[in-house]
Design a protein around this ligand. Sequence first.
Ligand code: NAD
Length: 385
Amino acid sequence: MSEGSIAADGVIDTQTCRTVRVDLGERSYDIVIGDGLIAESGARIAALFPGSRVAIVIDETVAKHHLPAFEASLEAVGLEHETFTVKPGEGSKSFPVFQDLCDRLLAARFERGDVVAALGGGVIGDLAGFVAGVVRRGMPFVQVPTTLLAQVDSSVGGKTSINTRHGKNLIGIFNQPALVLADTKVLDTLTPRDFRAGYAEIAKYGLLDDPDFFAWLEENWSGIFEGGPARIKAVAHSCEAKARVVAMDEREDGVRALLNLGHTFGHALERGVGYDGALLVHGEGVAIGTVLAHRFSAEQGLCSEADAERVEQHLAKVGLPTHMSDIPGQLPGIPELMRYIAQDKKVSRGALTFILTRGIGRSFIEKDVDRDAVEGFLERSGDKA
Ligand SMILES: NC(=O)c1ccc[n+]([C@@H]2O[C@H](COP(=O)([O-])OP(=O)(O)OC[C@H]3O[C@@H](n4cnc5c(N)ncnc54)[C@H](O)[C@@H]3O)[C@@H](O)[C@H]2O)c1
């Protein structure tokens, strides 16, 4: 990671700007992280794609807060642009919206050498990245993530997709962006709930293999919420961790599955509430799932109860839900949740795979986890909850 200072053209901030390289051979790219980067995005895009037109894909909420600054930065360097707005929320990751966007880009005569800019959260990044990957057999695209979750997770690694009636993220492609611009200041307009949801993914990086980072988070989490250097450090550290894993296993044939810590339980819970964001958003499902993964590991004798307790205490302290009973409304019964778990993407020839742990920062991939053990554990967790 470099702490950057390229200044002659006014492009790059000095002290507070960090760059993380995602090392993927000819598909390598930079993630640039810093406060106020949106004002420099035009110059950075022009440096990579001089003279191109920019198709901005954005949702209505993000447009209200951040579109004028982004457009101004493009205009400052003479880049032509057109904006394609969709409704906020998971519903936009759908076939109809995908088709409509492809049509609108073609109608606006965007060419193969032009650029798609995904300005928004994970929904916009996943949708626009997929559109960019297939319109005219592939246009370059730039991620400008505006949620904490998108900055530390979804904008990095090249997974793009839409949902179908069969489930989430089932149609899509691996398509790496040409650049990621993470302006940590734009996160100030997020709701506290959306901010917290992204924090669950930051904590995950500490819990995977970096106990020192988790300890740092326990001390510094409030600084991340407030903004400034602690937030930049946390985003950069998380991106570095994700970049490392993606560089080792771009298409999730092995070690990339580790990034799913907390996600097997979490996805089942999201499905259990019918993906109703009013009841549970992705990061909240991950928070509960992460606690469950640690509790289950403790029950299996793999990690100490004290470590599981420490994880729960920290996530609860930042205001995240940590128990199934924290989810409002009625969850389906445990047999139904088990059916959802059995459809997890990591299931291989019917065997359950979980990310389990031997303690803080000591996660590992466990194949062939006993179904009865998981079911019994969930029954007991439900009682406790
Ligand atoms: N591709 C990947 O590797 C990957 C990884 C994790 C999650 N995802 C996907 O990411 C999606 C969730 O992403 P998300 O949590 O960012 O959701 P999101 O994109 O729906 O954003 C959450 C809400 O925040 C609003 N918003 C975004 N930026 C804002 C800002 N700066 N100020 C105010 N409001 C803002 C949005 O309008 C939306 O209402 C899911 O679809 C999930 O499947 C993808």
